[in-house]
Design a protein around this ligand. Sequence first.
Ligand SMILES: Nc1nc2c(ncn2[C@@H]2O[C@H](COP(=O)(O)OP(=O)(O)O[C@H]3O[C@H](CO)[C@@H](O)[C@H](O)[C@@H]3O)[C@@H](O)[C@H]2O)c(=O)[nH]1
Ligand SMILES: [Mg+2]
Length: 240
Amino acid sequence: MREPSQTPKKTIPAGVPGVDVPDRRGRTGLDRVGFDLTGNPGVRVREVELLSSSWYVLRKTTFDYRHRNGTWSTEERETYDRGNGATVLLYDAGRETVLLTRQFRYPVYVNGHPDGLLLETAAGLLDDDDPETAIRREAAEETGYDIGEVEHVFDVYMSPGSVTERVHFFAAPYSADRRTSDGGGLADDGEDIEVVELPFAKALDMIASGEIADAKTIMLLQWAALSGPFSGPGRGNRER
Ligand SMILES: Nc1nc2c(ncn2[C@@H]2O[C@H](COP(=O)(O)OP(=O)(O)O[C@H]3O[C@H](CO)[C@@H](O)[C@H](O)[C@@H]3O)[C@@H](O)[C@H]2O)c(=O)[nH]1
Ligand SMILES: [Mg+2]
């Protein structure tokens, strides 16, 4: 116990990782995001609380919001920020096939998927790259194919009520002569990705049966049938 005469020690705040001292991924200022927004005069950001920055970033933001009838209210919203991402549909128009990946997704497993092994188009986070550079990198890492020309399809907010992420969608042809490795993802990052080639028509059937249940994959397959490489009379509807 401290002697009554002793001067209390001044405690120097240790700093909050991700806020005023770097977190384990080197980030600071994570609680400043949103204050500089000016695009909507009916939104005034009041407070940003960093709830978690263990890997990706969860914030609670308090903001004033002007309703369409002119009244203001104060709202709170949690946002999950994992950066933006990119995805690509790899297709072989001649052989009428697509190249997908299969990997274990824990969030899916914990929410009703039988084994968590999800069939998906190759995809990854941008990290510090532009979308096209990122998708070339991810396609090579995950499928082993070095992709040539890519076609930009659309950019999409995948879960706008809670997740900040915007995903950039692409399509690109693949062919055996552009295979440079087995793919499989980065083992050091814990990735264990199977490369799965499917007839396009079978992939479409697997949407109907629920075997393909990933949003970006469904969107790209349906785009391919409607206006992409498998559109037009008689395409994508050949004998299974
Ligand atoms: N240690 C640790 N590592 C993590 C964690 N979360 C993700 N990772 C690592 O971060 C890697 C991210 O891999 P990417 O290939 O860059 O991203 P992705 O998870 O495939 O994301 C793509 O698909 C998502 C689902 O559709 C998309 O949301 C995303 O935009 C992108 O397209 C994972 O393989 C894993 O190693 C975590 O909580 N802890
Ligand atoms: Mg990935």
